[in-house]
Design a protein around this ligand. Structure first.
Ligand SMILES: Cc1cc2nc3c(=O)[nH]c(=O)nc-3n(C[C@H](O)[C@H](O)[C@H](O)COP(=O)(O)O)c2cc1C
Length: 337
């Protein structure tokens, strides 16, 4: 029999996982030695994510974080995905099988959970070393994900173009804008959604970067407004050149999305232990047309699941900690029978 597990503590760590628009589309039930993870459809994003792909990726990350938390707390754990064919929203079962001494990696990854935050600010102008990218690729590969650094200029041009095209399509879609707005928060004490101050001020199109971050304040801007030319005598701004990686899977089923989330969760934690920060740029993957064009233009074998900007945070950057729903809202603990 396993010593009593503090499920509230484990779930509070698991829910630090990133999720699209910080929707936190998960709920958990726990018994003495088991944690079940469910998709919470009440938090769906029918416009931007009608298939639930990005939300299942988010839930997969929460599964990975729960596993890391359990191992760091000294438990051996087995994870089964979608093991209940009669219950579509039952995503994962983590079964604690006994005690196991955590190693240094388990502890480092667990510590990284509280340190990881999505960083959309411009990164330091220094490249991520190749050995570190190799390490992230190995971590991704160990979880069935392929990992492609966008380096060749024609791949960069195609990806940047599709990203901008997708962002443009989204901004023209009133249903998309309404849905996005409903997840943007101005109250700093918020428990879900994307806080306005987690997003750099100003129009993302004005940033000196090819990589357009998602515009969370699109409705407050004048569409196609004429923008005054910059001061022509001013020195040109430094162009941000982040490392951008595309991660994907061989298949594109619900279970593949969940597995992708598990792998991505681990990749983000390993990146955090190495001092890196990241932000997803998923606009081009939101829409079947731009997603499949990305596959063609980059000759991908398999299915892209996540585009990530990765780099070093600028000195003095204040990290914005996004809210989470209280554990009591997402966890029910069932008495042992
Ligand atoms: C599947 C997925 C897609 C996401 N897409 C974007 C995106 O396109 N642009 C962006 O700025 N953030 C994106 N995010 C980041 C979320 O907004 C972020 O994880 C959430 O607000 C919680 O903040 P945190 O990661 O700092 O904890 C995405 C996250 C996930 C899991």
């Amino acid at each position: 029999m396993v010593r009593e597990i503090d499920w509230a503590q484990i779930v509070s760590v698991a829910t630090r996982a990133p999720s699209i628009h910080n929707t936190q589309p998960w709920r958990f039930t726990a018994t003495a030695d088991r944690l079940d993870v469910f998709y919470d459809r009440r938090r769906a994003l029918p416009v931007v994510d009608p298939s639930g792909r990005q939300q299942l990726i988010s839930c997969g990350m929460a599964v990975a974080f729960a596993e890391v938390a359990l191992r760091a707390a000294g438990f051996a754990v087995e994870v089964e995905l979608m093991s209940d064919p009669g219950h579509e929203d039952h995503l994962a079962r983590l079964r604690v099988t006994g005690r196991a001494r955590p190693d240094g990696d388990d502890r480092a990854l667990a510590d990284a959970i509280a340190q990881r935050h999505t960083v959309r600010a411009a990164f330091e102008p220094r490249a991520v070393p190749a050995e570190l990218l190799d390490r992230l690729e190995r971590e991704a590969g160990a979880h069935g994900l392929w990992f492609k650094v966008i380096t060749r200029s024609e791949e960069e041009v195609a990806t940047v173009f599709l990203l901008s095209q997708a962002e443009e399509l989204e901004q023209r879609d009133p249903a998309y804008v309404r849905e996005l707005e409903s997840w943007v928060r101005t109250d700093p004490a918020t428990i879900d959604g994307v806080p306005a101050d987690a997003v750099p001020a100003g129009d993302p199109r004005d940033r000196p970067s090819n990589w357009l971050i998602r515009d969370f304040a699109v409705s407050s801007r004048e569409r196609h407004s004429f923008r005054a030319p910059q001061d022509l005598d001013a020195p040109p701004p430094d162009v941000e050149r982040p490392t951008v990686v595309l991660l994907g899977t061989a298949n594109d089923h619900r279970i593949s999305w969940l597995e992708a989330g598990q792998g991505l969760g681990r990749v983000l934690l390993v990146a955090t232990t190495a001092g890196l920060v990241a932000s997803p740029l998923t606009q081009a993957l939101d829409w079947p047309a731009t997603r499949s064009r990305l596959r063609q233009r980059l000759s991908l074998i398999g299915h892209p699941q996540m585009l990530l900007r990765v780099g070093y945070p600028p000195p003095g950057l204040e990290l914005v900690v996004t809210g989470r729903r209280p554990v009591g809202d997402v966890l029910s603990v069932e008495p042992a029978c």
